[in-house]
Structures are given as structure tokens and as C-alpha cells.
Design a protein around this ligand. Structure first.
Ligand code: ITT
Ligand code: MG
Length: 255
């Protein structure tokens, strides 16, 4: 089970340098039964267990690297059986780097991780890095959002400024790091609105818009979001890393 797997004990299935070129067709059997198995053609790991984030990151990478066969080349932490990393850092960037390093080491592939959250001005930046477990149970989006709304119940609109924050890290198996940030400022609504997106999307109305993030179509959200900005800044590094020897989506297709 993923929870029982310790990434620090996992043997990288390929030499780090070789993993960027291609993954082994037939990885050698590993004595550690929980060791990760890298699918053929995998070239990048998305080090997240959050399905909403994962869908956004995949769409962003597909847009930034149109020649990359994203289905084949981009794998995620869950499908590799990588465990959730304990987020022991005290900043978004520290946690993003922790997650990316753990995935890169365990897989032998470059890894992208994002640590993100909602920072509310009147709460001095909380929930911040605790956004995913604000109500006490990790990943309970509804409980997190309801607790936040209850806490701010008496706060009028003019004092409900808040913003999403994202630190996105790219780490290579050799340990090279790139880190980028993005922000999306807005106002917290009094009630959730919309059913798109994930997490706190139904309660943040971005500045300049009259809808919540959960009412935006995914492309619109990705264009303006904290994650979209951080990934756009990370893109040149991803392109540089993946454009050599990338399996083309189709023979002859433009890269
Ligand atoms: O650590 P990983 O496995 O990536 O998944 P996670 O859900 O734990 O991710 P974080 O530790 O970065 O916590 C981020 C939380 O902040 C919230 N969040 C981040 N980005 C968001 C977005 O684009 N829209 C809405 N909520 C978001 C959401 O509730 C997430 O659970
Ligand atoms: Mg997390």
C-alpha cells in the first residue's frame, strides 16, 4: 500500500541520467516489493495526490509542451504508488521542494510538485500552508471551506480580501531545483458558488470578475490562476529538460 512505502528506502529503478532519455522497457525486479515501477516512456512525475491539481497540471503541461505525449510521458505520484509526503516545511516553497525531491528520488525521473493554499488577509495569511487540513482532516474540501466561512461569518465584504498562492517546484533526479510562484487575488464570498474546480474555488471571486473560481471554465481558471502563473514561469525549464529525446505524440508531429 502506498502508505507503507518509504521513499527514502526506494531504489531508483534507473540511473538518474538515463531516466530523462527513456525509461526501461522491463525494469529489473526489485527486492523491495513496494518499489516503484516506472512505465515505459515516462519522463516526468507530477508529485501530487490531489486529483483537482493533477488535472490542472496535466492541462498546463499539455499547453506548454504541445509536442509531448502527455498521456504517456507524464505520470503521477499515485499511479506510481508513491506515498503522500509529510509536509514538514513551514512555507509553500519548502513543502513544494520536499514533495518534488521525494518523487524525483523515488522515481529517478524529474518531478514537479506544487504546494498551494488560500491566504486570507484578515486571518494574517491563514489557512496558508494548512489549507488542505484546516478543519482537521486532510483533503476534506467541504469541511475546510465551511469552517473558513463560519470563522469569517461577521466579516463584511470590504474586509474579505484573500488570495490563492502557489509555489511550483521542478526537481531533477540529480537534485537540481527550479522554483516559481503565482498568486490569484480576490474576495471571499459569503457562501460557496459554482461546482467547478476543487478546494476553495467556490468561495474565491477573483479581482475584476463577478464569478467564483468554481464558475470559471477550466481554461479560464488556468490562464489566471496562481498555479497557471507558477507553471508558466516553470515552463522554460520543463521545455529545456524534456525537449531532448521526447517521444513525439505522433511521428512527424510538430514539437
Ligand atoms: O500535497 P498534494 O498531494 O499536492 O495535495 P494537497 O491537496 O495536499 O495539496 P497542498 O498540500 O498543496 O494543499 C493545497 C490545498 O489548498 C487548496 N487549493 C490549492 N489550490 C487551489 C485551487 O486552485 N483552487 C482551490 N483550492 C486550492 C486546496 O484545498 C488544497 O487542498
Ligand atoms: Mg499536501
Amino acid at each position: 500500500m502506498p502508505e507503507q512505502h518509504d521513499p527514502s528506502q526506494a531504489a531508483a529503478p534507473t540511473a538518474p541520467g538515463a531516466a530523462v532519455e527513456s525509461a526501461p522497457e522491463d525494469p529489473e525486479p526489485d527486492p523491495d516489493a513496494s518499489a516503484v515501477s516506472i512505465p515505459s516512456g515516462a519522463r516526468l512525475v507530477l508529485a501530487t495526490h490531489n486529483a483537482g491539481k493533477l488535472a490542472e497540471l496535466r492541462a498546463m503541461i499539455a499547453a506548454e509542451l504541445p509536442g509531448l505525449d502527455v498521456e504517456r510521458a507524464v505520470v503521477d505520484a499515485g499511479s506510481l504508488g508513491l506515498p503522500d509526503v509529510r509536509e514538514t516545511g513551514t512555507t509553500f516553497q519548502a513543502n513544494a521542494l520536499l514533495k518534488a525531491h521525494a518523487a524525483a528520488e523515488a522515481s529517478g525521473l524529474p518531478a514537479v510538485a506544487d504546494d498551494s493554499g488560500l491566504a486570507v488577509d484578515v486571518l494574517h495569511g491563514a489557512p496558508g500552508i494548512f489549507s488542505a487540513r484546516w478543519a482537521g482532516r486532510h483533503g476534506d474540501d467541504t469541511a475546510n471551506l465551511e469552517l473558513l466561512l463560519a470563522q469569517l461569518g461577521d466579516i463584511p465584504d470590504e474586509h474579505r480580501a484573500a488570495g490563492f498562492v502557489c509555489a511550483a517546484a521542478l526537481v531533477t533526479p540529480e537534485g537540481a531545483e527550479h522554483l516559481e510562484f503565482g498568486h490569484l487575488r480576490g474576495t471571499l464570498l459569503q457562501e460557496p458558488v459554482g461546482d467547478g474546480g476543487f478546494g476553495y474555488d467556490p468561495v474565491l471571486r477573483p479581482d475584476g470578475l463577478d464569478v467564483s473560481c468554481a464558475q470559471l471554465d477550466p481554461e479560464h481558471k488556468n490562464r489566471i490562476s496562481h498555479r497557471g502563473q507558477a507553471m508558466a514561469a516553470l515552463a522554460p525549464h520543463l521545455v529545456a529538460l524534456l525537449s531532448q529525446g521526447a517521444p513525439a505524440a505522433e511521428p512527424g508531429e510538430e514539437r
